[in-house]
Design a binder for this molecule. Structure first.
Ligand code: C2E
Ligand code: CA
Ligand code: CA
Length: 728
């Protein structure tokens, strides 16, 4: 405990001798003693000296002892005060104790040891009290400190708990009010959490999805697998497009954002899913606006050029032709100016409707603006002339269709188109751009206008004349049969010694003005227009009549081969047609042969084989013409009921010069032998070719070396001789 040098004792007594005796006595115990003669002095001294103990008399002049007690109790309750009084009145003693005296000694003090004992006791008690109080204070301070700390912690805890709660509430409300869907799933696709919002864009409720596999929502396996691999590989996906299948089967386009968390095997995937139907629709609308004309809904120039470029590259790759028809309405401006734009617009809409009528899926009708329309024709085949004719046909069809009357807003209108046509590629291997073609067609359209409107013009004069010629041929071919301009020639087929084994029939067209027109020219036209059907039937009938007459004459032809075109062969009643011709003419079916081409037997193979079997059952011999130029695989050939392979003349022609072709010919012969088929070589012109074919095992020949195709009378003469002499 902290001490001043010596403890200080204040004695307050009006009797000097008592004060002295106390002082003398107490100084021996190392106390310092200060003295006051009355209460007032005592209180002043107390204030100044702050004594450790007070010895105080009760009866004093001025302020008496009880007053001192009362004051000190208030000012310094912990300072021990011992009353030393001579009154001996019990009431005084009680009052003194009540006012805070620690002890009460009676004067005169006989035994001073009583005094020192009382003093020491009081001092000790005071010390203990002080100590106790200090300890108490320390304890209280400690408690206060700890309480404060605790309160702080509790406060913090409370606030973080509150924050947590707020957060939790916030997340819950987000989770529950989410527009998007929040989900968690295992790596194997089991959904472990999903927000109620899943019902916003599907008929599923949260319970329908929870603890289920995502394949229920995303049935497209490839889509799903792709998503999981991406997640695994890059850890996350953003804006991944996936289709959600609703309960009723509708597909909802969604954008998925997800993150892969943890290690493979125990990983979890968290993410969100957003319905993007509206975005998709908006995109589609934007795309529509970007690629389609607002008035007519037709593809615009941009889309047209796009498709044209695709067409061009396909045309180059596969070697086929296409056409672009550029239409401009004649005097449309007059209608617009005199009747107003609403009428003009309605007319354009009607024109666009007529233009798209029975359009092929692969073609495109486009409006470039104003009264300019374009028709893009794709894949018109690999023959430029034929393609030009098809383009011309289409243009004529449009010309007729657009010229029909229009009834618009009470007006009866009549318009005609001027049409420019550009073929592409313009020549074999030409590398034009879409814009080039469009310009060509535009130029051709201006020429059509110059030539008096309501006209069709081709960009290239060569195409124009090809189209003109083909059209002329087509027109005239329609009358060729009834005007007796068609006839049949016969080219002998012989063995190495020139003995006639049979013949091939070849059609001829003798035009009154143009002279002889090659079947290589008119047969494709007949095929394209369908005229091949009456012409082919006529040829078959004539061939059968000839067979019959040769048999009747006693010079039977063992075998007469008739060429059959694809369209003819594909007629559903082709077999019936042949039956009735055989019946009608009385020709022997086993003497009739049909030459088919590879292309027509490869298409629709099951039906073809059935038809061929039907023909075989009639006893007719079947051969494959131009063998080697098509794509027949051995596997197909094996399945077909064939009798003869006819080696194409292009190989025969090059036997001498091209070792490749020689090898091909050799292979075809070997293959025919292997498949147990007869083989005949056509276009045999030289002894060298004949020798080669002979040594390789070919036994039948046809070609100028033996004979050109002959008219019937000349062939009759040959038949009578039975053999043909080779030209030297
Ligand atoms: P194809 O069926 O390959 O007929 C053979 C062609 O080669 C015939 O031409 C014939 O005159 C010619 N030729 C024959 N031997 C030789 C020769 O040694 N050297 C040369 N350079 N050529 C020879 P053609 O008569 O002009 O017939 C051409 C094509 O027209 C025929 O080719 C055939 O595809 C078609 N065709 C002819 N007549 C008919 C027919 O009646 N119906 C059908 N559908 N097509 C026919
Ligand atoms: Ca032939
Ligand atoms: Ca041939």
């Amino acid at each position: 405990m902290e001490h001043r040098q010596n403890p200080v004792i204040l004695t307050i007594d009006d009797e000097e001798n008592i004060r002295d005796s106390f002082r003398l006595f107490l100084e021996d115990f190392d106390y310092r003693v200060v003295e006051a003669r009355n209460g007032r002095e005592g209180l002043q001294l107390f204030e100044r000296e702050q004594p450790d103990l007070v010895l105080c008399d009760l009866r004093m002049p001025e302020v008496d002892g009880l007053e001192v007690l009362a004051t000190l109790k208030e000012q310094a309750p912990e300072t021990p005060i011992i009353v030393v009084s001579g009154t001996g009145v019990i009431g005084d003693a009680v009052e003194a104790i009540r006012l805070g005296a620690w002890n009460y000694l009676l004067k005169p003090i006989q035994d001073m040891s009583v005094l020192i004992h009382a003093i020491n006791q009081a001092m000790e008690r005071a010390r203990l009290i002080k100590e106790n109080r200090a300890y108490q204070e320390h304890l209280e301070a400690e408690v206060a400190r700890r309480t404060e700390a605790l309160q702080k912690v509790v406060g913090e805890l409370n606030s973080s708990h509150r924050q947590l709660q707020e957060k939790e509430e916030k997340y819950r409300s987000i989770f529950e009010n989410l527009q998007d869907v929040y989900f968690e799933m295992q790596e194997d696709g089991l959904v472990t959490e999903v927000s109620p919002s899943v019902s916003h864009f599907s008929c599923y409720r949260r319970e329908d999805v929870l603890r289920r596999d995502i394949s229920q929502l995303f049935p497209r396996q490839k889509n799903r697998e792709d998503l999981l691999t991406r997640l695994k590989n890059s850890g996350s996906v953003t804006d991944y497009e996936i289709y959600l299948q609703d309960k009723d089967g509708t597909m909802v386009p969604c954008s998925l954002n997800a993150r892969y968390q943890g290690n493979s095997g125990t990983a979890k995937i968290c993410g969100t899913l957003r319905d993007i139907s509206e975005r998709k629709q908006a995109e589609a609308r934007i795309e529509h606006l970007a690629y389609f004309d607002a008035l007519t809904e037709l593809p615009n120039r941009r889309l047209l050029l796009d498709r044209l470029e695709q067409n061009l590259s396909r045309a180059h790759r596969y070697g086929h032709y296409g056409a672009m028809l550029f239409l401009d309405l004649d005097r449309f401006k007059n209608i617009n100016d005199s009747l107003g734009h609403p009428v003009g617009d309605a007319l354009l809409k009607e024109v666009s409707k007529r233009m798209t009528q029975d359009m092929r899926a692969e073609d495109t009708v486009s409006r470039l603006g104003g009264d300019e329309f374009v028709l893009l024709l794709s894949e018109l085949g690999d023959d430029p002339g034929n393609a030009a004719v098809q383009a011309q046909h289409k243009a004529e069809q449009l010309q007729v269709r657009l010229a029909e009357k229009y009834h618009i807003m009470g007006h009866e209108l009549h318009v005609t188109p001027s049409i420019g046509v550009a073929m592409f590629p313009s020549a074999e291997g030409a590398k034009e751009s879409g814009n080039d073609i469009l310009r060509h067609a535009d130029t051709a359209m201006y020429r059509a206008k110059e030539e008096g409107r309501d006209t069709i013009r081709f960009f290239l004069p060569s195409m124009q004349s090809a189209a003109d010629d083909r059209l002329a041929i087509e027109k005239e071919l329609r009358y060729a049969l009834e005007r007796n301009q068609l006839s049949l020639y016969f080219q002998p087929q012989v063995n190495a010694d020139g003995v006639i084994l049979g013949a091939e029939t070849l059609a001829r067209w003798q035009h009154p003005e143009k002279g002889f027109i090659s079947p290589a020219t008119f047969i494709p036209v007949a095929e394209a227009t369908g005229l091949i059907l009456p012409i082919g039937e006529w040829i078959l009938r004539l061939a059968c009549r000839c067979l019959k007459s040769w048999a009747d004459q006693g010079t039977p032809v063992p075998h007469l081969a008739v060429n059959v075109s694809p369209r003819q062969f594909r007629q559903p009643d082709f077999i019936q047609q042949i039956c009735s011709i055989l019946d009608e003419t009385g020709a022997e079916p086993s003497q009739l042969g049909l030459e088919l081409t590879e292309g027509m037997v490869i298409d629709n193979i099951a039906e073809t084989i059935e038809k061929m079997q039907g023909l075989k059952q009639l006893g007719i011999e079947l051969s494959i013409d131009d063998f080697g130029t098509g794509y027949s695989s051995l596997a197909y050939l094996k399945r077909m009921p064939l009798d003869v392979l006819k080696i194409d003349q292009s190989f025969v022609r090059d036997i001498e010069s091209d070792p490749n072709d020689a090898a091909i010919v050799e292979t075809i012969i070997a293959m025919a032998n292997h498949l147990d088929l007869k083989v005949i070589a056509e276009g045999v012109e030289t002894e060298f070719e004949l020798d080669f074919l002979k040594t390789k095992g070919c036994k039948s020949y046809q070609g100028y070396l033996f004979s050109r195709p002959l008219p019937k009378t000349e062939f009759d003469t040959l038949l009578k001789a039975g053999t043909v002499k080779r030209k030297d």
